[in-house]
Design a protein around this ligand. Structure first.
Ligand SMILES: Nc1ncnc2c1ncn2[C@@H]1O[C@H](COP(=O)(O)OP(=O)(O)OP(=O)(O)O)[C@@H](O)[C@H]1O
Ligand SMILES: [Mg+2]
Length: 272
């Protein structure tokens, strides 16, 4: 097997400066230790794929990086600066946008307001107020431009299909991210057309080089198309760190299956 265990790369080497560094990050929920010391580097303009079994802790890591959860230990650095986000708003203020696996949109809000969430257009009057007309118009235009079809930008997010909701969530974050974009299974629930559309949207953003991206997806073919590098999370740590050109879909699949088999062998046989 030519896939090698993770070799921590010194910050600043390789294709670009680190946009994000995670050092020895730990997280537990009560007695359950989920992250046991995550070390990860995301370089400027890079697309990093994160894979791991269900329950490995991928979403937990994304939620720490986006300010939704706080880590118990370890450091997170953004652009070389140590940060500790106590809210999603604090992470947003650092240019970090996230598409959550389970919290894509606010169901009660119309599509156009969801699209501008956290970056609302306001106009000045006696008081600052939301410029709903402009947001509606811009939302319609933007969704048309990128070929995302929704019944109406005035429809509540709750009325959209799962795939439409996810497409709007990805569109929103792609539009808003200025430094780092975190995509937690952005293609789950997506049909072939919408998957293609989202992959192209993310590729466009990546090719601009202005935003660094982490994408979680259980479909390795998507990752091989989108990513420069792949990290594997197992047992609460990053165990593999590989540029995509040094591995292959077959090797990664084989590796994940052999790791699953070795976990099975560790489970005591009940003798039945
Ligand atoms: N808020 C929470 N409270 C308690 N336990 C949690 C919480 N969030 C996640 N967990 C637990 O932490 C572990 C890791 O969950 P996480 O959602 O990070 O996994 P994942 O790698 O994203 O999995 P999947 O591929 O299925 O999305 C799981 O055992 C999960 O049950
Ligand atoms: Mg998850």
């Amino acid at each position: 097997m030519s896939v090698q265990p993770a070799q921590p790369t010194p910050p600043g080497s390789g294709s670009g400066e680190p946009a994000l560094e995670v050092r020895d990050v730990t997280k537990r929920f009560g007695a359950l230790v989920v992250l046991r010391g995550i070390d990860l580097v995301l370089r400027q303009g890079e697309v990093l794929g994160l894979v791991g079994d269900n329950g490995a802790g991928k979403s937990t890591l994304v939620k720490i990086l986006s300010g939704f959860h706080q880590q118990d230990g370890g450091d997170v650095m953004v652009g070389g600066e140590r940060v500790h986000f106590h809210s999603v708003q604090a992470a947003r203020a650092h240019g970090i946008e996230t598409v959550y696996q389970d919290l894509a949109l606010i169901p009660q809000l119309p599509v156009y307001l969801n699209l501008f969430l956290g970056h609302e257009v306001t106009k000045l009057g006696p008081l600052r107020f939301l410029d709903k007309g402009t947001m509606r118009k811009l939302a319609r235009q933007y969704l048309d431009d990128i070929n995302v079809h929704v019944p109406s930008v005035d429809a509540e997010a709750a009325q959209l299909s799962g795939g439409q909701r996810q497409a709007v969530a990805v569109a929103r974050s792609v539009r808003a991210a200025t430094k780092i974009l975190l995509l937690d299974e952005p293609l789950a629930a997506m049909g072939a057309r919408e998957s293609r559309l989202i992959i192209d949207l993310v590729k466009d953003l990546a090719s601009s080089g202005r935003v660094s991206i982490i994408v979680i997806d259980h479909n390795y073919a998507h990752l091989f198309e989108l990513c420069d590098r792949i990290n594997v999370m197992q047992g609460g740590r990053i165990t593999i760190d590989q540029p995509v050109h040094e591995t292959s879909l077959e090797k990664l699949t084989e590796l994940m299956i052999s790791s699953y088999r070795s976990q099975l062998e560790e489970i005591p046989n009940d003798g039945a």
